[in-house]
Design a protein around this ligand. Sequence first.
Ligand code: ADP
Ligand code: MG
Ligand code: MG
Length: 344
Amino acid sequence: MFENILRIYGLNPDETNVQQFGDGLINHTWKVETKKENYILQKVNTEVFKKPVDIDENLTMLRNYLSKANPEYLFISPVSASNGQSLIHTDAGYYRLFPFVDGSTSVNALTSKDEAYEAAKQFGKFSKILAGFKAEELNITIPNFHNLILRYEQFTEACRNSSSERLEKATECINFINEHQDIVNTYREIISNKNIPLRVIHHDTKINNVLFDGQNKGLCVIDLDTVMPGYFISDVGDMMRTYLCPATEEETDFSKIHIRKEFFKAIYDGYMEEMATVLTDDEKQYFNYAGKFIIYMQAIRFLADYLQNDVYYGAKYEDHNFNRAKNQIVLLQAYLKLEKELMN
Ligand code: ADP
Ligand code: MG
Ligand code: MG
């Protein structure tokens, strides 16, 4: 199956070993081993990314910029095939090949606050070294990805169109979301504040999008498909949503949901280690808003999907999206309780 693609990259299929690799949820990923070098082969998920060419263009722009501005930075961009292209289109889909970062590991669940620190430092470093790049030049690979105003509108629309059965079941959650609309209003303030710039933002700060070395030090960030112009609260907030709590959004025993304050400190310290000299004073005011921004948005998205019969996320069991929404609401409640203390 891969023969054709390997040949396009000038690799000999008879001397190449290809195996599924990693635990990414979006793209198909394989490790390609050759006598000389190892690679990551990826098939782009075109359900999520409608225009793979836009991603490829973004990576090229960033690579060109960094090759001058910061050549030492480990920027993982796709290698060119024999035809000079870094994105290959075949009947089977869109493919690209990255150099495999030898000696690297990635983790799927945080095991210590040191990992949170290292990851936050890497995501901070990424925005820092690209602070001189005009973020607006990047293609938008997922329109309105973190547009909370639109997400909130979609949620109210979902409430209007829901079956009465699901609407009734979700009443308490819907009320909670509506009672916390100040979170949407703060987002409005942020996007209209001229001292809060659009930056080059990663937008998918899951822990397995950071590569670590053998000593558990962060090496670099990977999975750059969602790199777009955005606000720093997106990356910081997504780290808070996914690093602060020991349980994931799939947990249905909500007693396991709590905030680990020392992980908040680790995210703050790691991110600020790089970004303290880059962020404006206005941005810094919103550091702990970031957590509630992203957790609230995720709760809305799960709830809206439940009300629309699970068309977007799908459901592995009857109340799957309802439970995910409740889980995120419990997380948000825990966050709001500690909000004032977290920055101390
Ligand atoms: P997805 O978008 O599906 O999450 P990723 O780009 O994150 O795909 O890749 C999935 C996994 O493959 C990563 O979590 C990591 O373990 C591994 N991986 C990806 N790129 C590299 C690379 N250049 N070197 C080593 N491992 C990688
Ligand atoms: Mg990934
Ligand atoms: Mg991805």
